[in-house]
Design a protein around this ligand. Structure first.
Ligand code: GAR
Length: 187
């Protein structure tokens, strides 16, 4: 059995989609959902599916041995960032070499880096009148949105799109592709 930890900072619709996708899988298991926000809705989503969830403060996230303790306790093999907004400490990246991935709601390297997350990204894409946006799934290193790209796909941005309608288009792409990319990587 391959155990996944999902890290999420907020609502957690991607986390839920991944959880649903792997329900009943014979060889891939969502072992734990970990968040850095005490009131993140992703915690309710995890509990609803009977998945263990853990809250860690930002200080705990920055403490590699604390963080690794949680991963080891849940026998985590892969770490999936799904709307997670903190950097992962170097020691953890080394311990899980090429087994930590992130999804970004734009076509990296455009619209990446610190502060570029969620609606900030969609607002910037609309403000620049880009014709396309999309999603990027990549390995995680010590720099925001910088690791090797695994998968990208795009969608059209139309003149009537708002940050909200674009966010919805991007979420649909994420729901469709993220679980499959995770599955393909692990298998
Ligand atoms: C997703 O669109 C994800 O790509 C983005 O946050 C959203 C979380 O939505 N992640 C980033 O911006 C990371 N830089 P969700 O909580 O509903 O899954």
């Amino acid at each position: 059995m391959t155990n996944i930890a999902i890290l999420a900072s907020g609502n957690g619709t991607n986390a839920q989609r991944i959880i649903e996708y792997f329900v009943g899988s014979a060889d891939i298991n969502i072992a734990v959902v970990i968040t850095n926000k005490e009131d993140a809705f992703v915690r309710d989503r995890a509990r609803r599916f009977g998945i263990k969830e853990v809250y860690l403060s930002k200080a705990d996230f920055n403490n590699p041995s604390k963080l690794c303790q949680v991963f080891y306790r849940h026998r985590v093999d892969w770490i999936v960032l799904a709307g997670f907004l903190l950097l992962i400490p170097k020691e953890v990246i080394n311990a899980y070499n090429n087994r930590i991935i992130n999804i970004h709601p734009a076509l990296l390297p455009k619209y990446g880096g610190k502060g570029m997350y969620g609606m900030n990204v969609h607002k910037a894409v609309i403000a620049n009148k880009d014709k396309h946006s999309g999603i990027t799934i990549h390995y995680v290193n010590e720099v925001y949105d910088d690791g090797k790209i695994i998968f990208k796909t795009k969608c059209k941005v139309t003149p009537d799109d708002t940050p909200e309608t674009l966010a919805e288009k991007i979420h649909q792409l994420e729901y469709e592709y993220f679980p499959k990319v995770i599955e393909d990587l692990i298998r």
